[in-house]
Design a protein around this ligand. Structure first.
Ligand SMILES: Nc1ncnc2c1ncn2[C@@H]1O[C@H](COP(=O)(O)OP(=O)(O)OP(=O)(O)O)[C@@H](O)[C@H]1O
Ligand SMILES: [Mg+2]
Length: 343
């Protein structure tokens, strides 16, 4: 049985200027994807040392791999570590820009054109600057699921990735030199998944792949990317990271993070009415079995905890059935969750 409280991994101070601390803190938040951390941190170090090339973004990194393995989480974790909040990032959901005219919304209509006054460009200098913070001047920009955008998005990105500038509809320019740019894509994900683990089923998950396979997975992903995007576009990407299917150990750590987050919420929101949380090994196993899979990674884990632990506990709180300072325990037997109370 494990208890979840405010001590431990989630309470380390943020040390943005100390890049060793940065890697450690990142690996606390992003589980089982050490290659991502090893690839990203050197770009931040280059910037902090003042040695990033001029006239280019700090780094342009493409994150590839199966769904629910931590691609978007990587950028959120970086925002948390650099700026103290996972919301300090500018995210462009490329799925919202599937039509050519929608891409124009990013830069705004030129003066005199219909809609000039109404369309606020999404990528203004003010918006780019607003996601930096006093702790770090790095703006994190995320173009999520780039394969879903209309082709003109890739053309627009060419200038940003190469020269760190974007010309807006009103002819002003946006500078991206202090930006770390992330592109995520599911291209090649199915093939990567098959190469990771041919058999379906959670219990059949293999431990992390041997190192030599990383190159193979990367080549599978890159073949799909080259197929979709022009060579000019691909050439402007500094690094490609291929995310691995999460193994059981990684999913367990992610579950711990989610439960620790719940415990923090109880402490912060309920004040004097707060209580302790525990989870039996039966409860943990059923959460893991219901919330993780080779197909969807850890994507369902948060929702599984919400449905089977947070919501029933919330109902007990609402009915005033949890005496202060008691312990609320999640247990499971015969495939069913149950909530126990201990005074
Ligand atoms: N490696 C990981 N470390 C920590 N949490 C993770 C990791 N992978 C997934 N998660 C959990 O699962 C959720 C979904 O992960 P995320 O959004 O990063 O998936 P993704 O790889 O971007 O998938 P998609 O391709 O569908 O966008 C996260 O919010 C987080 O709770
Ligand atoms: Mg994502």
């Amino acid at each position: 049985m494990r208890s979840y409280n405010l001590s431990g991994r989630n309470r380390r101070p943020i040390v943005p200027e100390n890049t060793d601390g940065l890697a450690t803190r990142l690996s606390d938040l992003l589980v089982g994807q050490s290659e991502a951390i090893e690839t990203i941190v050197p770009y931040l170090q280059m910037h902090q040392a003042g040695l990033s090339p001029e006239g280019r973004p700090i780094g342009v990194v493409l994150l590839l791999g199966p769904t629910g393995t931590g691609k978007t989480r990587t950028v959120e974790a970086l925002a948390e570590v650099l700026h103290g909040s996972s919301k300090n990032l500018l995210k462009v959901d490329c799925g919202e820009f599937q039509m050519e005219h929608e891409v124009a919304k990013l830069i705004g209509a030129p003066p005199g054109y219909l809609g000039h006054r109404e369309t606020q460009p999404m990528l203004t200098q003010a918006k780019v600057n607003s996601v930096a913070s006093e702790a770090s001047d790095i703006s994190l920009i995320l173009f999520d699921e780039i394969e879903k955008a209309a082709p003109s998005m890739a053309r627009m990105l060419l200038g940003i990735l190469d020269k760190a500038t974007l010309r807006l509809g009103d002819n002003s320019t946006v500078n991206f030199e202090k930006c770390m740019i992330f592109l995520t894509s599911n291209l090649g994900a199915k093939a990567i998944q098959r190469a990771n683990k041919p058999d379906f089923g959670y219990e059949a998950m293999l431990p992390v792949q041997p190192l030599e396979d990383t190159a193979k997975l990367q080549s599978i992903g890159m073949t799909a990317v080259r197929h979709k995007f022009s060579p000019e576009f691909v050439n402007r990407i500094d690094s490609v990271i291929t995310y691995k299917v999460l193994d059981r150990a990684a999913c367990e750590i992610i579950l711990d993070q989610i439960l620790a987050g719940f415990a923090r919420l109880v402490q912060n929101r309920l004040g004097l009415r707060a209580f302790r949380l525990q989870c039996t090994s039966g409860g943990r196993n059923l959460l893991l079995e219901s919330g993780t899979s080779v197909e969807f990674g850890a994507r369902e884990l948060k929702r599984t905890v919400q449905r089977n632990f947070i919501q029933p506990v919330a109902a007990l709180v609402a009915q005033g059935q949890i005496p202060p300072a008691s312990t609320v325990i999640l247990d499971a037997k015969g495939g069913e969750f149950s909530i126990l109370l201990r005074q």
